[in-house]
Structures are given as structure tokens and as C-alpha cells.
Design a protein. Structure first.
Ligand code: UDP
Ligand code: MG
Length: 314
């Protein structure tokens, strides 16, 4: 098998017909053996029915049904584990990543790159998402030292050895683009189009988004842990300086001034408390991930596979 497209699907029933048609129209003229793997991440709309029906008609379409919702990256990992292609391309189901860009990714792969990332040329998301994403990209670039410009864009191509390395990771969370670039020998980025969502809304609300960004930071770096220690030391110095200041004030201006200064003490205490809570929180994030890794539960659980593999198994 030359090429596998891996597409995570979570309640995207309305986009699927169009998506599959466009992917087939792009891949068939390439003259390569290919498969389109749709990983249903616990949808409750008609996504599964559509995937099943399509996989019965189109030989290249394969469906993997997870038993509940594990998140976009876990779904892509499930697709990777089943894929047989030498080159693997990921994209979203909502048609925000135009399938027509795939040949441009393959062009770069054929030039010898092992990972082809992409940067959304004119991102069609809300101002809030775009702004947060800009700052997160910037911060992650500094912290992880993985030089990418758009961590969130999943329209990407990988050579098989990179995917094998991703599958061999034992982390309980895997932020695929960053990990893949970590393993890559000569990654490259291209500009790609980004469309409005075909139908429906983004599956990332504010809580899921925070979760995703925390995963992104923590899966690649222990820098936040050091940040907590540095913040703690800085706050101790500030506390010490403020204590000395208050002592001098009391010495020069008497105890009445010091009683007024009680609010300064309060505010300092709140700053210190904030620092302590922040440090404990950061520790907690790592602890939770250590705990999940120690439990060693599978990243996802496949309920059923429909399409090519089902026929192969007969
Ligand atoms: N997705 C998924 N599981 C989830 C959330 C999202 O498989 O828990 C899929 C979703 O169906 C889509 C892709 O991941 O194909 C990207 O999701 P979305 O378009 O909501 O993200 P956004 O474009 O807003 O970043
Ligand atoms: Mg989207």
C-alpha cells in the first residue's frame, strides 16, 4: 500500500459524503494504491452509518469505530495502528483542510522529507481561536525547541518510520504533530488553504481547548516544572524584600504606619499563595499524566472495523 489517509470523525455526518468524494477524486488520479481510514471517535450522529455504507461501496474506504470518545489525537493513533501505507496523511473531517492540498504534501515527501507539516494560509476560525493559537504556537516553539509554525493544523504527511516511532511511544497523551517533528530528520512546512467548517461547530469548547494546550506543553517538556521553582524563588525574594521594607518602615515611622501596612502584607500573602497554588497545580498536571502512564490503559479501544479489513478477515 502506497498511501493511507487517516481522518478522525466525531459527529461529522453532514460532511462525510462530500469529504469521501473529494478524497477519492484527489487520490484516484495519483495512480497509487491508497486507503481512506475514517476513525469514528464515538459519534452519536449518523457518522457510523455513513462510514459503513461507504466502506461497502468504495473498496478504498475503511472505517474504525472506537467504543467511545477518546479525542482527536487518540483517534488518529488508532488510524495509524491500522494503516498499511508507506506514506500516511492526516486531515480533519470537517473539510477545513482541503483534500486538494494532498498532492502538494506528497510532492514534498517525494523530495525526501520524512514529515511535511503545513501552515494555514488564512485561518478561517474565530478571532479568539486564532489569537490564542498564535501565542500558544510561539510559547511552544520556545519551550519545546521543535521549530514549527502551526501546531494545530493536522493536514500533514508522514513517512512510515515516523509513524512507527509514534506508535512505539508509551506516553498516555500524544500530541502528534509535535512528537512527529521531534522524531523527524528533515521535516518541512508548506502553506496550505484553510476553509470554513463545512457544517456543524468546532468540537473544541474552552475546556477541551485548555486540555489540548496543556497536553501540548507537557508532552514535550518539563519546563513548566522548572518555571514553578523559579517563580517560587522569585516570590520568596519579593517576600523577603517586602518584609525588610515593612521592618524599616516600622523602625522609622513607628507602629501606626505598620498597622496601615497590614494590607501590604495581605496582598503579598495572596501573591505567595497564588504562587504556591500554581506550583502545586503544575505538579498535579505531571502527576496525573504519570498516574495515567503507570496505569498503562490503552489509548483507545476499537469496537469494530468495517471495510477492507473486514473483507480481508473473511
Ligand atoms: N475530532 C475527534 N474527536 C474529538 C474532537 C474532534 O475525532 O474528540 C475530530 C473532528 O471530527 C475533526 C477533527 O477532529 O475531524 C478536528 O476537530 P474540529 O474541527 O472540531 O477542531 P477545530 O478545527 O475547531 O480545531
Ligand atoms: Mg475544524
Amino acid at each position: 500500500m502506497d498511501l493511507s489517509l487517516i481522518i478522525p470523525v466525531f459527529n461529522e455526518g453532514k460532511c462525510l459524503d462530500n469529504l469521501i468524494q473529494r478524497c477519492l477524486s484527489v487520490c484516484r488520479p495519483l495512480g497509487q494504491e491508497f486507503e481512506i481510514i475514517l476513525v469514528d471517535d464515538g459519534s452519536w450522529d449518523d457518522s457510523r452509518k455513513i462510514i459503513e455504507a461507504k466502506s461497502a461501496i468504495e473498496a478504498e474506504v475503511l472505517g474504525i469505530f472506537l467504543n467511545h470518545n477518546y479525542g482527536q489525537h487518540a483517534a488518529v493513533m488508532a488510524g495509524f495502528a491500522q494503516a498499511q501505507g508507506e506514506i500516511l496523511v492526516t486531515l480533519d473531517a470537517d473539510l477545513q483542510n482541503p483534500p486538494e492540498e494532498i498532492p502538494r504534501l506528497l510532492e514534498k515527501i517525494n523530495l525526501g522529507h520524512d514529515v511535511v507539516g503545513s501552515v494555514r494560509r488564512k485561518r478561517q476560525d474565530t478571532k479568539f481561536r486564532t489569537t490564542v493559537s498564535h501565542w500558544v504556537n510561539h510559547m511552544v516553539r520556545i519551550i519545546t525547541k521543535v521549530n514549527m509554525h502551526d501546531y494545530g493544523c493536522m493536514l500533514r504527511a508522514y513517512r512510515r518510520p515516523i509513524v512507527e516511532a509514534l506508535l512505539a511511544c508509551r506516553d498516555s497523551t500524544r500530541f502528534i504533530p509535535v512528537l512527529a517533528n521531534f522524531f523527524a530528520v528533515n521535516p518541512v512546512e508548506i502553506d496550505v488553504d484553510h476553509a470554513q467548517r463545512d457544517t456543524g461547530d468546532s468540537k473544541y469548547n474552552i475546556f477541551r481547548l485548555i486540555n489540548l494546550y496543556v497536553d501540548l506543553l507537557i508532552c514535550m517538556s518539563t519546563f513548566p516544572l522548572r518555571l514553578a521553582s523559579v517563580a517560587g524563588i522569585l516570590m520568596s525574594f519579593v517576600g523577603l524584600a517586602a518584609g525588610l521594607f515593612l521592618l524599616c518602615g516600622r523602625f522609622f515611622f513607628g507602629s501606626i504606619w505598620a498597622v496601615d501596612g497590614i494590607f501590604t502584607v495581605f496582598s503579598l500573602e495572596f501573591i505567595l499563595l497564588g504562587g504556591i497554588y500554581l506550583s502545586v497545580g503544575i505538579l498535579g498536571e505531571y502527576m496525573a499524566r504519570l498516574y495515567n502512564t503507570a496505569r498503562n490503559r490503552p489509548l483507545y479501544c476499537i469496537q469494530r472495523v468495517v471495510g477492507r479489513t473486514e473483507k480481508d478477515n473473511l
